[in-house]
Design a protein around this ligand. Structure first.
Ligand SMILES: [Zn+2]
Length: 238
């Protein structure tokens, strides 16, 4: 077994630990989904508010038209009782016109009432949506704050162990280190296997007597014949 296999085994343990920390960072929820949902709600709310403004403007116009209408009816009534019109036919027509106007006015009132009621409901919906949005925004901010803190803690831990790793790697000859890095890259992060009851601890293949003998006698990198990982035998380590 290569004299640096113990160091490679330690490096492997450290790399596994760093890999786990990195996976944890990658698995942290940064709140992006919630942020997108909040943004969509905000856009919907803006649309409802714009619609409300439109209706409000229309209703205001309508109120002005009603005032003008009322003014005309008042004028007609003033004419009717002014005594200025003496022709009975003309008076009758005017009276009829006033009656029709008053009926139309009742319908307009009912319509106006319906619009104001609709607006009141919309206003309540908008208020509620705004409160919900504020609440969601506060939750999101708290989540992001929490996310940032967790991420910072994990990243500083990774940094610490990366320094430790560099110190360890510096003690290993370049050739076994390069082989280790290649295998780790190729074999999903695990380059070192431990000999357990004459078998490879990763792929569980029983090792041949020839491999075990080489492992015992040679200062060389000996790999599992099946998975190709570098073999470390704790029994052989000093
Ligand atoms: Zn193996």
């Amino acid at each position: 077994m290569h004299r640096h296999m113990s160091l490679l085994r330690d490096l492997q343990a450290l790399d596994h630990y760093i890999d786990r920390l990195r996976a944890e960072v990658a698995g942290l929820d940064d709140g992006e989904r919630v942020r997108v949902a909040i943004e969509r709600s905000r856009q919907r709310l803006e649309q409802i508010k714009a619609r409300y403004q439109e209706i409000h403007a229309t209703a205001t116009d309508q109120e002005l038209r009603l005032q003008a209408f009322d003014e005309r009816v008042r004028q007609m009534e003033a004419d009717l009782y002014s005594g200025r019109i003496s022709n009975p036919r003309e008076l009758q027509l005017l009276q009829h016109e006033i009656e029709q106007a008053k009926q139309a006015r009742e319908e307009m009132d009912a319509e106006m009432l319906r619009i104001w009621e609709q607006m009141e409901t919309m206003k309540q919906d908008i208020d509620k949506a705004e409160r919900d949005l504020e609440h969601a925004e506060r939750l999101y901010q708290a989540h992001v704050e929490d996310y940032r803190q967790r991420k910072a803690v994990l990243e500083s831990e990774i940094e610490f162990h990366m320094r430790e790793r560099a110190e360890l790697a510096a003690q290993i000859d370049s050739e076994p280190l390069a082989r280790y890095e290649q295998l780790r890259e190729r074999l999903g992060g695990t380059a070192v296997a431990v000999v357990e009851q004459n078998a490879c601890s990763v792929c569980h293949t029983l090792l041949t007597p020839y491999t075990l003998k080489r492992l015992q006698n040679e200062d060389a990198l000996i790999a599992c014949e099946s998975c190709g990982r570098l073999l470390y035998d704790p029994m052989l380590a000093e």
